[in-house]
Design a protein around this ligand. Sequence first.
Ligand code: ZN
Length: 118
Amino acid sequence: MTVDPADVRALLDERTTAAQAQREALRAAIEQTQHARSLTFTDDEHDPEGSTASLDQARDTALLAQVDRTLAELAAARGRLAAGTYGTCERCGQPVAPERLAARPEARTCVRCAARSL
Ligand SMILES: [Zn+2]
């Protein structure tokens, strides 16, 4: 089993589109929460609805940061694909298993190096 760059590009495109859609949804949710909070002037300490809103916002903000990291990783993978270094482990220089790339196309390292960095 070999890695076909065209397949990888399609996979990266698919993931990027999904991540961008998720990003838009999270941004909209965060804005909505902020808007709702600004309208109600809630006191987070005493208002149960206010504290739910800030929890939602904290969760959405954390998710948004995660999606941004994924998008950055996907863009980096695209760069490696263009440079011809895609599918080579950044740490040990060995090829990354195609099964790993299929599951996680933005992977920078082989399974062994990834396990070591955990
Ligand atoms: Zn490695």
